[in-house]
Write a protein that binds this ligand. Structure first.
Ligand SMILES: CC(C)(COP(=O)(O)OP(=O)(O)OC[C@H]1O[C@@H](n2cnc3c(N)ncnc32)[C@H](O)[C@@H]1OP(=O)(O)O)[C@@H](O)C(=O)NCCC(=O)NCCS
Length: 290
């Protein structure tokens, strides 16, 4: 039996060596996930902290906290999102996940906390005071033919493009006012760094969009603009073959008020703590999830 409880180390933006250890931990627990490129891009800011337990110089358990600008019924709510919660297989069942979760939650204080779980751990988060929140899919049936000049794809490996994406944090309106997040450029850039994002396309100087086509549907994952505008005239520039439907990666009440709730998003297991939310369906922005 251990005589002392392992120590939790808080890893932040300046801790390059500890970040490397964190990056070594992640794929041991989440096989397809990698933070290396995101770190190399300099995207780890003071909004992100990893609560790690080390053993022999390696991270063996972690819970990460992202400071979030949540948006609830038109109000800004300072909150947090947990992510990368795990323990490497050799160290499981010793209370290490509990240890890092408690350290991470201590840091959040009484502020609201959200997280997306996976199907194997749905029983874990209620132990820490979280409750599940149903997530919906939203879309519209619409035939869109290709036309006009294709919206240029922006390359986020280019630091100047990333700088502009960061600048949207100050100028872009929230995609949804119902329940979501905004100013999450460095979460969106994580998806791009990990090659999980749909292409970032430039509709104009004043409007960028993460969007792509799959099986005859145009997926509009995220939008950056000062205010919502009519998307219809721009859609043909985002497809290179006809599509018959559009789906949104967020609650589209501002961008497409006639969009329908298509049903429950059974892939998204959202848990919330200390957050009272309006009735009615919503979709937490897909590019604001950690
Ligand atoms: C789930 C995981 C984090 C648990 O790590 P661990 O260090 O073995 O967990 P602990 O020993 O600290 O257990 C903490 C508590 O959670 C419970 N628990 C552990 N695994 C659980 C699971 N899969 N589902 C529900 N509860 C679980 C334990 O019984 C314990 O309960 P208690 O403290 O109230 O008695 C670990 O198995 C893991 O990394 N899994 C793969 C990654 C993953 O799915 N992470 C979650 C991402 S959302």
């Amino acid at each position: 039996m251990r005589s002392t409880q392992p120590r939790v180390i808080r890893v932040g933006p300046g801790d390059t060596a500890l970040q490397e250890a964190f990056c070594g931990y992640v794929p041991q627990v989440f096989r397809t996930v990698d933070f290396r490129r995101w770190c190399a891009w300099g995207e780890w800011t003071d909004a992100y902290h990893a609560y790690c337990v080390f053993d022999d110089g390696q991270v063996v358990a972690n819970a990460s906290v992202t400071r979030m600008h949540l948006r609830v019924e038109g109000r800004d709510v300072l909150g947090y999102q947990l992510g990368a919660v795990g323990c490497i297989p050799s160290h499981r069942g010793r209370g290490l996940a509990r240890l890092v979760m408690e350290a991470a939650l201590d840091d959040c204080g009484a502020a609201p906390v959200v997280l997306f779980a996976n199907k194997n751990v749905l029983g874990l988060y209620p132990r820490f005071g979280f409750v599940p929140r149903r997530q919906s899919l939203f879309g519209v049936s619409l035939t869109v033919e290709p036309g006009g000049e294709a919206a240029p794809v922006l390359d986020l490996t280019d630091g100047a493009v990333r700088a502009r994406l960061h600048a949207w944090e100050e100028t872009a309106a929230p995609v949804t006012e119902r329940f979501g997040a905004w100013r999450h450029a460095r979460i969106a850039s994580w998806y791009a760094a990990a090659d999980f994002a749909r292409p970032l396309r430039r509709l104009s100087d004043d409007a960028w969009v993460f969007a792509g086509v799959e099986d005859g549907t145009l997926y509009v994952d995220d939008l950056f603009a000062r205010e919502p505008f009519d998307l219809r005239p721009h859609l043909s520039r985002l497809v290179d073959a006809p599509v018959t439907s559009i789906q949104f990666g967020f609650t589209p009440e501002r961008w497409w008020p006639e969009a329908r709730e298509l049903g429950e998003d059974t892939e998204a297991d959202l848990f919330v703590r200390g957050l009272s939310l309006p009735d009615g369906p919503d979709r937490f922005p897909v590019m604001a999830r950690t």
